[in-house]
Design a protein around this ligand. Sequence first.
Ligand code: TNX
Length: 531
Amino acid sequence: MMRFRSGVSRAVSLGALLVVAACGRRQPPNPLQPVAVARLPHALVPTAASVQLVSADTFTVDSATTVVVASGSGAEAERVAGYLAYLLAGPLGRPARTLSPDEAAAANTIQLSIDPSKSSLGLEGYELVVARDRVVLTAAAPNGLFYGMQTVRQLLPWSVEHRGALNRRLKIPGVRITDSPRFAWRGAMLDVSRHFIDAEAVKRYIDLLALYKLNRLHLHLADDQGWRIEITSRPNLAAIGGSTQVGGGPGGYYTKAQFADIVAYATSRFITVVPEIDMPGHTNAALASYPELNCDGVSPPLYTGIRVGFSTLCVTKEETYTFVNDVVREIAALVPTPYFHMGGDEVEKLTHDQYLRFVERVQSIITANGKQMIGWGETAPAKLAPTTVVQHWKRDSSALHVARGGKVILSPGPKTYLDMKYDSTTVLGLRWAGLIEVRDAYDWNPATLLPEIPESGLLGVEAPLWAETLVKLEDYEYMAFPRLIALAEVGWSPQSARNWDAFRLRLGEHGPRLSALGVNYYRSLQIPWTR
Ligand code: TNX
């Protein structure tokens, strides 16, 4: 341990000598080196509602620092403290400790406490005071503590993301932060149907969502090219419908146990999983698995191309609704959370009336199974309950739904579609909604996007990642990062605290953090990345 420490200080002084030597020789700037950007006082993304810097008050995490939990804060708070202790010290370090009822936190502690009297912070808000001798993090609920913990993480140098940060002295800038999110729904969608990614890859994505305070993971589990979840009463869905993907690869599906594991992993990071089974269109994989779902009783072949709009369940057969009920019932039992997404987009093979009646009938099936329905924008003209949620993605009548007291999630294609190319040179992705550079993903206001929908009609924002062109996790990461981080700030930070010039500098400081985490992110030329 000592050898490690003295090694570090030798490296620092050697570095300092090199800087002096370089200055002495007055070398011209090397145009091939990244621009050196001055370290910001903090690079918090999403930025907080209120941040006050107290520069005299730097806190130093050293080998004697302890993470403590105020007595009575509960098991969830202890779990959040455990994450922080792990981050700071690695698995071999000191675990977090819960204080006894009459014990005050000592100096050199990071204290987490649940204080229900702070209800003005809401479910997800927190207060953080970083002083010279201690850090105090308070929230009204464990969710808020978790986000406060992610803030502490981002205030620490990025080297904390390396397990090698063990036993280093890490500085946290002195701050007083009061923070809570603008929107309750801060989502990301993964299309695991067009190409399949396994549960481990989904968990990795979940961890990245949590770092940026996102709280919904919408999984697009079925489409023309693949059915990705085991349904016990309909085994062919996974066995046949899950057997391929775009381009003809082997596909795959989550067993019930794997899916439950994803849900538990997300829940432990305060992320709600939203399962989507797209219907009545985008259903070729189901139609290929069960002939009776087709009006002519004949299954089509499996489909591995990328056209849309050609498939539909047979809406005039009772058998179809029995099928929908079986699927909804089994999936609803796997998710503790209140939502079931029925898709409903891009249906070209039904009359408008047939389509609307289908949506209404599925809504009643979902409600009868104890869940709230979500549908893409096309579902808005149906008779929807105000508790149903509409997800806007292109020009639609979602304003109708707000007028009847319902809520809308904004996923506008030209801002939030992570499968759109960044610029004309991007190899992956599509371009029907336009090219989306980081600034396009960041620089918009949900409250003014649709003139007919005021902020009060919005549940929040979500960034879908459609996977027609994405094969492996690295592809997903390249398209999502850093645009998903921009979306995270759109969803969390008050509009008044957001501006592009400040965001790009803060985001630039996340380059090394993303690299430390091994994320294959797009190094946009709009961002002054630090090394
Ligand atoms: C539209 S967005 C779709 C998806 C495609 C996506 C490609 C939506 C509800 N439907 O089926 O994958 O475009 O960008």
